[in-house]
Design a protein around this ligand. Structure first.
Ligand code: COA
Length: 168
């Protein structure tokens, strides 16, 4: 499928990803206008064992570390989540991390649409051959979403998180 998407992209086509409310799901750069809304993105209380308590934590990681690149997840006009990506030169893989859909916006198809947009964007980069991510084995919603998108567990662990990979 990714091969087809790449061909389509290179031919100048675009793909429209929407959530279940038919809102267009877009990944925006973090700007002077939207950073506060991205910083305020928060998972449900019981999800804080899997991810940071606020998008702000990931924004700072992106700003300070010089490794990760934060993006705002927007559905229609509203910022509803955060996700970030990085390129690991040593391993030769692109990574996705810091995925949070605000608790009030979960279950509406935003997470799947945002992941598809980001996969499409990364897959269009000439150097992109593999996309990796990691998740806590107890995080069933995340595990299911990533498996649906084609990510396959590698058997490796990053800390207490299982690594999964998608060939592109
Ligand atoms: C994981 C997360 C990003 C999914 O985002 P979302 O917008 O709620 O997901 P969607 O509505 O697009 O659902 C997509 C798929 O995810 C899985 N999923 C989402 N919520 C689920 C739940 N409560 N239980 C089981 N599977 C779930 C399902 O496979 C679902 O597909 P389906 O609706 O066809 O069954 C969101 O739950 C979240 O932000 N969780 C807290 C932070 C987190 O754990 N991030 C991942 C770190 S690795």
């Amino acid at each position: 499928m990714l091969g087809l998407i790449r061909t389509f992209e290179r031919a100048g086509g675009s793909v429209d990803f929407r959530d279940r409310q038919h809102r267009c799901v877009v990944l925006d750069e973090v700007t002077d206008e939207n950073w506060r809304a991205v910083a305020d993105v928060a998972p449900a209380d019981d999800q804080r064992r899997f991810v940071a308590a606020l998008g702000a934590r990931y924004l700072l990681l992106s700003l300070r570390g010089g490794v990760w690149n934060s993006l705002a997840i927007r559905a229609g006009d509203a910022v509803v989540g955060h996700v970030m990506w990085a390129y690991d030169e040593e391993g030769g893989a692109h990574w996705i991390g810091g995925m949070i859909v605000d608790a009030a916006e979960q279950g509406r198809g935003v997470g799947r649409a945002a992941m598809r947009v980001l996969i499409r964007r990364l897959a269009a980069l000439p150097a992109c051959r593999e996309i990796r991510l990691s998740y806590h084995p107890d995080n069933a919603p995340a595990a299911r979403l990533y498996a649906e998108l084609g990510f396959v567990p590698t058997g490796e662990f990053e800390g207490d998180e299982a690594v999964a990979a998608l060939a592109v």
